[in-house]
Design a binder for this molecule. Structure first.
Ligand code: TYM
Length: 331
């Protein structure tokens, strides 16, 4: 049975991009594979963050996971920091990834571009090392992510190949990323040439926005010249982004979405996109609120941590043995 692993950073309000590119699809794997979904809370510390804000984001994310339809009986849901093996494997793997390749990571370059060297934490630079540890710790075969995380899965593959070449081919499992055909990169509604992101609030829809705001944001989304609702990323980035959002939410292809909107004017098109998003988010938010109020995420996270540890500790032992650390219980 394939092992699937993914995570989200609790660094702020989750966006519709996070939802469409990742969160919405995690549940799709839980009937056919063994699913591990975690809250990347250690990763959230790579840029300054207020402790209370972080704690609330972690609660929110746990509730979002459950509201998305992940079933804790089928999927293991946990926080990264509750499984110390992540940090322990990180300490080993950091010796097999190099300064040059880490400094070429797009995410690092983007996040650090306006920072002085003296303010860039080591954790931000070494981010992909911990992410590689997250993935290989569970012998993950498939890592469902949005487009912006492909590079990090690729560097994980590099380190896996490096380690297996040196210590034997069965030391680590080589993961593959999986991105959605539609919706792997949702763009900002106010500037459809840049990605929708938690750290860039303008033009983004947040999963906790009220429905009036969601509607307003979609109705005032930047559109393009012309009047035809057509997918053309180059010349109609705004319309293409809205079509992508619609197709992802409705779970239809871009072609089907285009066919549906033949003859529509931009305004009516946007109204229907807004209807689709609101219908989905309204239900999602109701479930989220119930979970937050009942605190049912807590036992889920506790049990998830225990289950995750079973797998993680085995992998860590295997790597420790492979690299030559003495097993003091079994020497
Ligand atoms: P994060 O928290 O930035 O984003 C969570 C997921 O959302 C996807 N995503 C998007 N998809 C489509 N359109 C967008 N505009 C958009 N913005 C974000 C991301 O690609 C991601 O899948 N490094 C990861 C967290 C992580 C992780 C891991 C993921 C840590 N360890 C191990 C997988 C496996 C991150 O920062 O995602």
């Amino acid at each position: 049975m394939a092992r699937i692993l993914s995570g989200i950073k609790p660094t702020g309000n989750l966006t519709l991009g996070n939802y469409i590119g990742a969160l919405k699809h995690f549940k799709d794997f839980q009937d056919s594979g063994e699913v591990y979904i975690f809250i990347a809370d250690l990763h959230a510390l790579t840029l300054p963050i207020d402790p209370e804000f972080l704690r609330n984001n972690i609660r929110d994310l746990a509730a979002f996971y459950l509201a998305s339809g992940l079933d804790p009986k089928k999927a293991t849901i946990f926080t990264q920091s509750s499984v110390p093996e992540h940090a322990e494997l990180n300490a080993i793997l950091q010796n097999y990834l190099y300064m040059g390749e880490l400094s070429r990571m797009t995410q690092f370059k983007e996040k650090s571009k306006n920072m002085k060297d003296s303010a860039i934490g080591l954790g931000l630079f070494a981010y992909p090392v911990l992410m590689a540890a997250d993935i290989v710790l569970y012998d993950a075969d498939i890592v469902p992510v949005g487009e912006d995380q492909i590079q990090h899965v690729e560097i994980t593959r590099d380190v896996v190949n490096r380690i297996n070449k040196r210590y034997g081919k069965d030391t680590l499992v080589l993961p593959n990323y999986k991105i959605n055909k539609v919706g792997a990169r949702i763009m900002s509604l106010s500037d459809p040439t840049v990605k929708m992101s938690k750290s860039d609030p303008k033009g983004d829809i947040f999963l906790r926005d009220d429905m009036k705001t969601v509607r307003k944001k979609i109705m005032s989304a930047v559109t393009d010249l012309g009047s035809e609702v057509k997918y053309d990323k180059e010349n109609k980035p705004g319309i293409s982004n809205l079509l992508t959002i619609y197709a992802s939410i409705k779970e239809v292809s871009i072609e089907e979405a285009e066919a549906h909107f033949v003859g529509y004017r931009y305004g009516d098109f946007k109204r229907e996109v807004a209807d689709a998003v609101v219908a989905e988010l309204e239900l999602f938010q109701q479930r989220y609120q119930q979970i937050i109020d009942s605190k049912e995420y807590l036992p889920v996270l506790r049990e998830g941590a225990a289950r995750a540890k079973l797998i993680a500790s085995k992998t860590l032992k295997r790597v420790q043995n492979a690299v030559g650390l003495l097993d003091i219980d079994n020497d």
